[in-house]
Structures are given as structure tokens and as C-alpha cells.
Design a protein around this ligand. Structure first.
Ligand code: AMP
Length: 120
């Protein structure tokens, strides 16, 4: 169930500020408040979707196309496509998803290391 009080819903409603990178009919991209790479940007759909799982089941083809294109367009707007970047989306508890509105992280600006941290 989607919780409209989550922080990204508040950003979409303009109730709290963000540093935008791209704003389209279907998606908003903005800088992460706690960056974990020199470039760390979040891309979120404008519709009310909890996660990638929710979005992939309920979103319309236009919303899906608009969101996927916005992720690529955000990377090009940031100028990171030549050197490369990482796209990541945490889904649910085991992935550590903190904000229950679908978001894709774009990391760039340095070599990003292994895909996952090694287990102890
Ligand atoms: P996740 O752990 O995948 O749910 O990622 C949530 C991300 O949202 C984290 O990287 C946070 O730093 C980021 N975040 C939380 N609140 C804000 C905010 N108000 N503006 C920008 N980024 C935020």
C-alpha cells in the first residue's frame, strides 16, 4: 500500500525542496541529500508506486517508457554516459529500501568498485 506521507511524495507535491536535474511528464530527477559518490542522483516516477516491484506490475506502458527514458536522459544531462555510471534500485527490506516511493539511484564520478559489498 502506497503511503503518501513519504518524503519523495512530499518533494513531488512541492512541500519540501530538492535540487532538480530533470523534470518530465513522468519523472523527476534530483540530487541525493546524502551523496555516496561524487554524483548521486535519484530518479522517481511521478505516479504513486512503492517500488520497482509495484511499478512493474501496475504502471502503464507510457509511465514505464517515460520513466526508463528519464533515467537515461538524466545520465546524459549529468554528462556521465561517456565515463559510465551505475543504476541501482533497492526493493524492500533485504535491499534496505528506506523511502517507499520507487527511486532509481544514479552513481557516477569515480570508479564505483564491486557491485556488492563483500560479506564478512
Ligand atoms: P534507499 O535506501 O534506496 O531507499 O534510498 C533512499 C535515498 O533517499 C537515500 O540515498 C537518501 O539519502 C535519500 N534521501 C532521503 N531523503 C531525501 C531528500 N529529502 N532529498 C534527497 N534525497 C533524500
Amino acid at each position: 500500500m502506497y503511503d503518501p506521507s513519504n518524503v519523495f511524495a512530499k518533494i513531488l507535491r512541492g512541500e519540501i525542496p530538492c535540487k532538480p536535474v530533470l523534470d518530465t511528464e513522468y519523472a523527476l530527477a534530483f540530487h541525493d541529500i546524502n551523496p555516496q559518490a561524487p554524483i548521486h542522483v535519484l530518479v522517481i516516477p511521478k505516479g504513486s508506486y512503492v517500488s520497482w516491484d509495484d511499478f512493474s506490475q501496475r504502471a502503464t506502458p507510457a509511465e514505464i517508457a517515460g520513466f526508463v527514458r528519464a533515467v537515461g536522459e538524466t545520465a546524459r544531462t549529468l554528462g556521465v554516459e561517456a565515463d559510465g555510471y551505475r543504476v541501482l534500485s533497492n526493493v524492500g527490506t533485504q535491499a534496505g529500501q528506506e523511502v517507499p516511493h520507487l527511486h532509481v539511484h544514479i552513481f557516477a564520478g569515480r570508479p564505483l568498485g564491486p557491485m556488492l559489498a563483500k560479506r564478512d
